[in-house]
Write a protein that binds this ligand. Sequence first.
Ligand SMILES: NC(=O)c1ccc[n+]([C@@H]2O[C@H](COP(=O)([O-])OP(=O)(O)OC[C@H]3O[C@@H](n4cnc5c(N)ncnc54)[C@H](O)[C@@H]3O)[C@@H](O)[C@H]2O)c1
Ligand SMILES: [Zn+2]
Length: 357
Amino acid sequence: MQTLSVDLGDRSYPIFIGSGLLQQARLQPYIKGNQVMLVSNTTVAPLYRELVCKGLSQIDVDEVILPDGEAYKDMQHLNLIFDQLLARRHNRTTTLIALGGGVIGDMTGFAAACYQRGVNFIQLPTTLLSQVDSSVGGKTGVNHPAGKNMIGAFHQPVAVVADTAVLQTLPDTELSAGLAEVIKYGLIYDADFFAWLESNVQALRNKDEQALAYAIYRSCEIKAELVALDERESGVRALLNLGHTFGHAIETHAGYGQWLHGEAVAAGTVMAADLSCRLGWISRADVDRIERLFKAAGLPVKPPKDMTPEQFCTLMSVDKKVMDGRLRLVLLKAIGQAVVTAEFEQAALMQTLNGGV
Ligand SMILES: NC(=O)c1ccc[n+]([C@@H]2O[C@H](COP(=O)([O-])OP(=O)(O)OC[C@H]3O[C@@H](n4cnc5c(N)ncnc54)[C@H](O)[C@@H]3O)[C@@H](O)[C@H]2O)c1
Ligand SMILES: [Zn+2]
């Protein structure tokens, strides 16, 4: 097992990474009272809730099992968690446990941020995306019909346990979607890690647990570093959004659920790389390298064919990163080095949106 720490003063917490960790009852030290509310969904609960409950044998575990899907990441289903907490008379020393992917993690974290003005929660992420990204950093929330993740709070967990063994049951498309974020870390921060991914992408897709553990470790390490520097995303944390402005536009255009988030991020990142190349910052050979790695990871590298530059512009102008009316993008100065900038020529952006025409 490997351990990392997210250093945030008195809100610091450990991330444990390894095979079979859910079985090893690592949660007890992070539960302060004698009440626990396990939150999961109808897909993950039948697979792993027994394992988690076995490790908590001294405690009466209550649970909420939500329907599976992004469509249920809303206020109505969040309320089911509050209903159960109140019905079972949970007090301020209760601990919420999120067992599932990013949807369950975000909702449980937000419920923990709000319930009695804030209670503890533990993340047990079960998708690659949630193990490398959403379980770390304390962003929690739900969707509103007018926008994704628009209702939320910063609330850090007290511990994150990433068990690589649970990834064996994860569908391949979901694994690939998680790899998009892993590749992102290499691109923004660590050229050596990017090169390691080029050599190990097949092992990762084959769910080799050692390769997965290293990829998760390095990804969390990079995210933890950026979060510790900038918890509330007023600066350097924004680099984590590489490919996301283009990607969110693709997700919205296609309709939520049509493209997985990681798939949209992959195509969006290739667009960001293409624009960086047009600005003369990286070479065409770098762009090709990036495209090859996403393809090898089983991810799309082009936006939907029916999506026009005008549609991109409209959708991108509502992005959260637009400040003072200027579109800011995360772009690449090199493989392993990203910047947030509004300093790019509109004409170059239009060429990228036109697919190079
Ligand atoms: N908080 C953050 O910083 C942050 C960062 C990135 C993404 N997110 C959020 O995360 C969500 C996406 O997360 P996700 O990609 O994990 O999707 P998800 O939670 O919907 O999980 C994907 C699918 O895999 C299933 N699943 C999960 N674990 C499994 C397992 N071990 N075996 C078999 N099936 C399993 C789920 O039931 C679901 O059907 C989005 O809502 C996004 O907004 C949050
Ligand atoms: Zn993302």
